[in-house]
Every structure is written in structure tokens, then in C-alpha cells.
Design a protein around this ligand. Structure first.
Ligand code: SF4
Length: 689
């Protein structure tokens, strides 16, 4: 049996996988011992990949208004309707909503088509829901969206702090690496999370702070760094204002005992090497960017950044959220970390692409994009590799907006999702195992996903579908690639120009890469250029801000919102161990459904008793935006008043389990990331009507 080295399609750890086709459409799966991210490990989701590659439920041919159609007819229709809409209403009347599960090559082509040829910034991604606040925080502090450290820092640190990150369930192989380091070296682990999550199993200290008070905790730490005169002021700016805001922060806002806060401050400051890992619990907030900067402030001020075993580490939920950042998949960015609002950057990209119509301003971010669909400003929408009718906040409203749009194209691997059923044109895409390209994990490591199986039915690669539409819209040369290697080579060449303009994302060592080299490409850290290869950033005190200094940001923590009488519970949303996103793949494995088989509401025993809800009974959860019916799981892992519910179930899998339908469309004002973590809800026993 031939074994093919590829990469897991789930979380941002980006584990290497050995896939062995069995000749009957199945795959044997093992961890790749040679991949630096996982060194042979896999979590339960990754190890079950072979159980998820069948064709059950797959979209096997294009469809127009529900009838099967040929590719030429479908692509001609998409190109014609987009061209007509743009001619009549302008470039901003169309939009692409894409995904952190696309490969970099797919993402690059989508971004080039929208920003360089259609001439609008209206391409945004479900990664907006995942890590946009981390991007914005990095850019404020460093002047660039550069992740400073590496995974191995978890193994070199004295203390690792997990903030708003249930690493044990959401990034399990990184958790395994941390647990092994703790065993071997005595690494101390702190978990900062209102819930007692599975990650607390290895915690020396769990801080069950009040939801939303992370910034206040890190402000206290910053004030303590200042009080102990441990500020490394060299090459920093903004210290005075940040310290003033930090000193004004009241410990009472955090909801922890004084002794717990003291223990945290002492542990952090007595550790030479500290890594702070954060994820959705920080990012998915209406003050997510401030929370990120409160963390970055402490690492910058104390000099614990960019050196072995120390630094802030944002872990992404999706396999290629980082790749999306690299190609400009966010509405406010250009390719290769260049800035859409910078005329020199725009001109450089325009010249490289020979683009006829460059976008001149940022496009609409995810929530605003669907608002524009709702009020008719966007009249043609192409949704690629994602299911916004389930995963957007106010998901019912988003589904209604898509249903009312003049022209909706959906590219997906599955025939029936909450979003595909709203499409006028459905385009079958290749899925994991059938695709060929690259992804970038949370430590900036680019790895190959390789084709191991034949495409299902008539499915085509996303980059190829997008390029076909670009050619049909009148740009045959710009979209004339015949392989993903050619797309990668072009992206790498553009990154060299970006590197010349100061971008850290420079992989120009791979510009012009030949097919054979691409096929053999080993996982590598960016940058890879004549100037620099991989490594950590900012340990040398050089940043990308105009002054060249690292920037501390003054953060005034927002008080956690008090519960209202009519909706007295603050629902915390998140993920479970064995499912991923809307379960299109993991839902195919009975083994993965054994862990937690249905949507549930984890409720404190006191709340359950007060509401008259017995274990395993059904609860109705209501907000102004929607309603869900969930199985009650009584547990003291959650605090009174702060129940938890997972976000995976859809209208197809459990019609009343769509938790994001409850969440308001509030966003962080800097990053545009929705506050998906939290919804004010009422809970009552479910009575069948
Ligand atoms: Fe896949 Fe993430 Fe598990 Fe690794 S940790 S096997 S990337 S789901």
C-alpha cells in the first residue's frame, strides 16, 4: 500500500498525516512522525479521518435551481450573473464569503478575482469568526500580523497560561505536547476560564474568572510588572497610557479571590519563560482586540517575547486560518499581509497582477456582509466551503437574508446543508483527501495537503472552479493556471514583492517552484526568503510599527454585562472534543458521535434545581434572536448563571440545536469579530406544543 504524506483538515495545529489508500475508496490513517507539529501524534478526530471519506451525502454534480446541470452550463451562469450584476450595480454589489478550510491556493485565487479583477474588497471569511481579534491585536502591537513564537515554546516554557482556550479538546495534539512537557520538566500550567474544562486536568492553577474579565486580569499583571520595576522599556511605546489604564483596573471586576490573583501574578512573574496561549474565549468578544492587547502588553512590557520558551501564542480554530491571512482573505487586507488602504501596497499588487480594477478600500466584514445581503446592497453572493446559515451569529436572520438574495452560489462537498438548500447554483467541490495544495498552521508552518483519493463524482477543486469563472468573466491569462503548484509559485513570487515592502510574510524562496519540488515540499516555517528563514520574531526588539517600536495599548476593560431579569443566564458557546464545526465530516463517524451524541446544555446543579430541570430532560433556551431545545447536562464544571452549549449541530442534524441562532450579531469594533462566545438567554423546561 502506498502511503501519502498529507495534513489533517481540522484544527489549526496542522498535524501531519500518513494516508494509505486501500484501493476501495478508503484510507488507512496514522500520524506522521516526521511532521514537526505532531511528531506522529494524532487526536481522536484526526485518527478517524479514514471513517469520513465515503461519498455519503456528497454533492456529486452541479445543480441549478435543484436540477442537475453540466459544469459548463453552471459556470457560464455564475460568470454571466456576476458580470451582469457588476455592470448594473457596481463591483460592491457582489460578495464572496469563504472559509479557513480552503487551501491557500483556493484562497489566493478567490482573493485575486475579487480584489484585483472584480474590483471590490467584498471577500471575507469564516475566519473572521475565529481569529480576527488576534490579527487586529498583533497589528496594533507589532505593526504586523506576525505570530512571534513556535509550538516548541510550549515545551521550553516554565509556565504556560491558557486563556479562553480549552486546548485539551480544541487543539488536542498541542495539549498532548504540553502535558508531556509538564510530565518531563514540571512545566506549570494555568487555566484562565470561567468553566472547569478538560484542560484543567493538568492545571496547577485554575482561575474561574467572571466571563469577559480577561483584560482586567492582564491589566493587573501589567500594573504588577510596573510596580516591580520589571518593565523592559527598550524599543517600546505607549507605556505610560497602558500603565495608567492598568493601574485603574479594579480587582473586584474579575470575580476571583485576592489570593488567587496573587498566586497568578507571582507564578507569572517568578517564571523566566512564560507562554500565554489564547483562542476563541478571548477573540470572540465585543472587546476581543483589547483583550488580545492586554495579553500582548504583558509579554512586551516584561520582554517575554520572541525568545525560546516565551511569548504570546494565538491558536486558530481552522486548518488554514493562517493561510487566509496570508492571501488577504480578510476584507480589510491585501495579499501577502499588505494593506488595502496603503496606496503603495495596492499599486504593488496591482502591478504584479496586472489588475484592471483594484479594490481601493476594505470590503464588508462577515456580519456586515450578511447585513448587506439582507438589505439588498449585495445582490450576488458566492459562499465557498462554509455554512453561514448555522455558524453566523443570529443564524436564523442570516439564513433569511441568503434566502432573499437575488443570486446565490454555494460551493460545497455536501449536497444538503442549511446553506446549500438556499443556493440557486450548487457547485460540487473536492474534499479532504481529494484536494491538492497547502495550509498554514498556527505557528506559521506551511504544509502540503496531498491528493490521496479520486474526486467524488464530478467534484472539482475550489481554485479551479474560481479560475474557470475568472476566465469566463473575461480574464483568461490572469486565471490561466493549470495546477495548484502554479498558483503557489505565483503567490510566493508576490510575497517577495511584499517582503520588499516590509512584510514578514515572504516565501519568495519558493517563487517559480516546479511541480516536482511542490510535490516533494516538506513542512516549513515562513518566512523563507534570501533575507530570513523561519525562526521567532521580535526577540531583537525590532517591530513593524512606524517608529519600529513595540506598542503597548491602553486597555480599559469592559465590565462583564449584568444579567437582565428577562434573560438571566449568560450562555457560553464552544466546541466538543470529537466534533468539528458543523459536523459535515465528523458526523459521518459513529465512533466520534459516541462521546457526546446530541446537542446539550451544561447547567449548574443549583440552576437546574431552580428551573425544575432534571438531568437528561429537555430545556428550551430563548434569546431575542432565536430558540434552541437542548438536552440538560447537570454539572458543577460551569458556574451558576453561566451555562454552556456546543455549536456543532445544524438544521440537518438536530433542527432545534442550532446554538448560534441565539447569539446577537454584536462585533468587536476594531476587528469586526462577532462576540459568538456569549448570549443572554432565558431557560425553561421544554414543553412540546
Ligand atoms: Fe487534526 Fe487538530 Fe487533532 Fe491534529 S490536533 S489531528 S490537526 S484535529
Amino acid at each position: 500500500m502506498q502511503t501519502i504524506r498529507t495534513t489533517c483538515p481540522y484544527c489549526g495545529v496542522g498535524c501531519g498525516v500518513l494516508a494509505a489508500p486501500d484501493g476501495r475508496g478508503g484510507l488507512g490513517i496514522a500520524g506522521d512522525p516526521a511532521h514537526p507539529a505532531n511528531k506522529g501524534r494524532l487526536c481522536v478526530k484526526g485518527s478517524a479521518l479514514g471513517e469520513t471519506v465515503g461519498h455519503a451525502g456528497r454533492l456529486l454534480a452541479p445543480r441549478i435551481h435543484g436540477r442537475e446541470a453540466g459544469w459548463d452550463e453552471a459556470l457560464d451562469l455564475v460568470a454571466r450573473r456576476f458580470t451582469e450584476t457588476i455592470a448594473e450595480h457596481g463591483p460592491d454589489s457582489v460578495g464572496f464569503y469563504v472559509s479557513g478550510q480552503l487551501l491557500t491556493e483556493d484562497y489566493y485565487v478567490a482573493n485575486k478575482l475579487m480584489k484585483g479583477f472584480i474590483g471590490s474588497g467584498n471577500i471575507d471569511t469564516n475566519s473572521r469568526l475565529c481569529m480576527a481579534s488576534a490579527v487586529a491585536g498583533h497589528r496594533r502591537a507589532f505593526g504586523s500580523d506576525t505570530v512571534p513564537g513556535l509550538y516548541e515554546d510550549l515545551e521550553l516554557a516554565d509556565t504556560v497560561v491558557l486563556v479562553g482556550s480549552n486546548l485539551a479538546w480544541c487543539h488536542p495534539v498541542l495539549y498532548q505536547r504540553l502535558a508531556a512537557a509538564r510530565e518531563a520538566r514540571g512545566t506549570r500550567v494555568v487555566v484562565v476560564d470561567p468553566r472547569r474544562t478538560a484542560s484543567c486536568d493538568i492545571a496547577d492553577l485554575h482561575l474561574p474568572l467572571a466571563p469577559g474579565s480577561d483584560a482586567a486580569l492582564f491589566n493587573l499583571l501589567l500594573a504588577e510588572i510596573g510596580r516591580r520595576s520589571e518593565i523592559c522599556a527598550d524599543n517600546l511605546e505607549g507605556i505610560e497610557d497602558a500603565m495608567t489604564a492598568a493601574r485603574e483596573t479594579l480587582p473586584s471586576a474579575i470575580g476571583l479571590a485576592h489570593s488567587q490573583i496573587r498566586q497568578f501574578l507571582d507564578l507569572w512573574l517568578h517564571s523566566d519563560k512564560v507562554v500565554t496561549v489564547w483562542s476563541q474565549g478571548v477573540n470572540q468578544s465585543d472587546s476581543g482586540t483589547d483583550k488580545v492587547n492586554a495579553i500582548l502588553n504583558c509579554h512586551l512590557a516584561s520582554g517575554r517575547i520572541g525568545r525560546p520558551g516565551m511569548g504570546p501564542l494565538s491558536v486558530t480554530g481552522q486548518p488554514n486560518a493562517m493561510g487566509g491571512r496570508e492571501v488577504g482573505g480578510l476584507a480589510n487586507m491585501l495579499a501577502c499581509h499588505l494593506e488595502i488602504e496603503n496606496p503603495a501596497h495596492r499599486e504593488a499588487v496591482r502591478g504584479f497582477w496586472n489588475a484592471p480594477r483594484m479594490a481601493e478600500r476594505p470590503g464588508l466584514k462577515a456580519v456586515d456582509m450578511f447585513r448587506a445581503v439582507e438589505d439588498g446592497r449585495i445582490k450576488a453572493l458566492w459562499i465557498i466551503c462554509t455554512n453561514p446559515a448555522v455558524t453566523m451569529p443570529e443564524a436564523d436572520r442570516v439564513a433569511r437574508a441568503i434566502a432573499g438574495c437575488d443570486f446565490v452560489v454555494v460551493s460545497d462537498i455536501m449536497a444538503r446543508t442549511d446553506t446549500t438548500r438556499l443556493a440557486h447554483v450548487l457547485l460540487p467541490a473536492t474534499g479532504w483527501g481529494e484536494k491538492d495544495g497547502t495550509v498554514t498552521n498556527s505557528e506559521r508552518r506551511i504544509s502540503r495537503q496531498r491528493r490521496t483519493l479520486a474526486p467524488a463524482g464530478q467534484a472539482r477543486d475550489d481554485w479551479r472552479i474560481l479560475a474557470e469563472v475568472g476566465r469566463r468573466m473575461g480574464w483568461p491569462e490572469a486565471f490561466g493556471w493549470t495546477s495548484p503548484a502554479q498558483v503557489f509559485a505565483e503567490h510566493a513570487a508576490l510575497s517577495g514583492i511584499a517582503g520588499g515592502l516590509g512584510s514578514d510574510f515572504d516565501i519568495s524562496a519558493h517563487a517559480g517552484i516546479a511541480q516536482a519540488e511542490y510535490d516533494a515540499l516538506e513542512p516549513f516555517l515562513w518566512p523563507q526568503s534570501a533575507r530570513r528563514q523561519g525562526g521567532r520574531f521580535f526577540g531583537d526588539g525590532r517591530f513593524h510599527t512606524p517608529s519600529g517600536r513595540g506598542r503597548l495599548v491602553a486597555v480599559t476593560p469592559r465590565a462583564p454585562r449584568p444579567a437582565g431579569a428577562d434573560r438571566p443566564f449568560r450562555l457560553n458557546t464552544g466546541r466538543v472534543r470529537d466534533h468539528w464545526h458543523t459536523m459535515t465530516r465528523t458526523g459521518l463517524s459513529p465512533r466520534l458521535s459516541r462521546h457526546l451524541a446530541e446537542p446539550f446544555l451544561e447547567l449548574h446543579p443549583g440552576d437546574a434545581a431552580r428551573l425544575g430541570l432534571a438531568p437528561a430532560s429537555l430545556a428550551e433556551v430563548v434569546s431575542p434572536h432565536g430558540r434552541a431545545v437542548l438536552r440538560v447536562l447537570v454539572s458543577d464544571r460551569v458556574a451558576p448563571g453561566h451555562p454552556f452549549a456546543p455549536m456543532h449541530w445544524t438544521g440537518e442534524t438536530a433542527p432545534s440545536g442550532r446554538v448560534d441562532a441565539l447569539v446577537p450579531g454584536t462585533v468587536d469594533p476594531v476587528s469586526g469579530q462577532p462576540a459568538l462566545k456569549s448570549a443572554a438567554v432565558a431557560i425553561r423546561p421544554f414543553a412540546a406544543r
